[in-house]
Design a protein. Structure first.
Length: 344
């Protein structure tokens, strides 16, 4: 553990955390479990459950506190399915208390499939959660349930979305991964859904991160195709980015009612402005979704590292953050973990 010279005392708020490519890292995605109650066809094979252990709430809290002291201002809880994690509401409450450390800047968000959100939305809001993103890959029940492979899931998710809005977990975003031949017939329906439900729908290009072997370039529905198809029925105008590290390109409907976004990591990669780190459920740092190496932060905690030593390790790890991913290039290798086990 080097870097005594890095003066990494968390109490001293050493940020901003900067990588060797000059990017400021302020966004941490934390997987609180790699268990999931859905078996989305493009994500899980459905043959495996959880593969990795989960840290205790106290361990997450300690590690996240160190990240926040280094300049992380956005923490997004994810998984697996984060709402399956027992004690999640209490964890959010304790994370919200870190706001004093971050000078009120800490933005707490959650990505969920929404299945359990109808009862959890209000307690999560009360605990201090700011925002929620719900994943929803179809606007009609049969298509949706063919994807999730869980009967009744469509109504559960719709109920969850409405409960989140009623609880004030806004702006409410809906993530939809599009796959040609599975749900690309939903694009126009989603545009109407965004306007009717007053939510921002964000289409995501499918990345090679599935447990099985489904990905190929033809199955990816590109940003260009999505925007062209929606524009034919509901004209769109591109909106300016709110911040440089924003993953989604934003488009408003030309009558001013509603907005969609497209996250295009495959056809229009945004690695140059990446501000993200990931912490897996077993406490490994991943500096890129497509990293071939993981960094065992939890191992250091278990070995008795102090907070300044953990901070120094994070600072050093961030230095090695990859410049970009190599999806679609010759020699591309999928990471050793799939999306559900990394934390999306
Ligand atoms: N269970 C939660 C959920 O459904 O939102 C959180 C975890 S899930 C892995 C996070 C997001 O990653 C979801 O929106 C999901 O659709 C997306 N996702 C999963 N596999 C993907 C892939 N191969 N390419 C792009 N997005 C993917």
């Amino acid at each position: 553990m080097a870097a005594a010279s890095l003066n990494p005392s968390p109490a001293l708020a050493a940020g901003p955390l900067t990588d060797s490519h000059g990017r400021v890292i302020h966004d941490l995605r934390v997987s609180v479990t790699d268990r999931c109650n859905y078996k989305c066809v493009y994500c899980r094979t459905g043959e495996h459950g959880a593969q990795y252990p989960e840290l205790t709430a106290a361990e997450y809290l300690r590690l996240i506190r160190v990240f926040v002291s280094l300049g992380i201002t956005k923490v997004r809880l994810t998984g697996g399915e984060p709402l399956l994690r027992r004690g999640l509401v209490e964890l959010v409450q304790e994370l919200a208390a870190l706001r004093t450390l971050a000078g009120e800047l800490l933005d707490l968000a959650l990505t969920t499939n929404g299945h359990l959100l109808d009862t959890l939305a209000a307690p999560l809001k009360a605990a201090g959660l700011d925002r929620v993103t719900v994943s929803m890959d179809a606007v009609d029940a049969p298509t949706f349930e063919r994807i999730t492979r869980v009967p009744g899931s469509f109504d559960r998710v719709l109920g969850g979305i409405r409960a989140a809005r009623a609880a004030g977990l806004t702006p409410l975003k809906i993530n939809c991964v599009l796959l040609r031949g599975f749900n690309d017939d939903q694009i126009e329906g989603f545009a109407r859904f965004a306007r009717a439900e007053n939510v921002v729908v964000r289409f995501i290009e499918f990345m090679p991160l599935e447990e099985g072997r489904l990905w190929n370039p033809e199955i990816v529905v590109s940003l260009r195709e999505i925007v062209e198809r929606i524009s034919r029925v509901l004209p769109l105008v591109e909106l300016p980015a709110r911040e440089a590290s924003e993953t989604a390109r934003r488009f408003g409907f030309s009558d001013g009612i509603g907005e969609i976004g497209v996250i295009a990591p495959v056809t229009q990669a945004f690695c140059g402005a990446c501000s993200r780190l990931r912490l897996t459920s077993d406490g490994k740092i991943r500096t890129c979704l497509f990293s071939q190496v993981e960094h065992d932060l939890y191992g250091r905690l278990r070995a008795g590292a102090s907070d300044p030593e953990l901070a120094a390790y994070i600072v050093r790890t961030v230095q090695g953050k990859e410049a970009r991913h190599h999806i679609g290039e010759p020699g591309f290798l999928k990471p050793s973990r799939s999306m559900v086990h990394i934390g999306g």
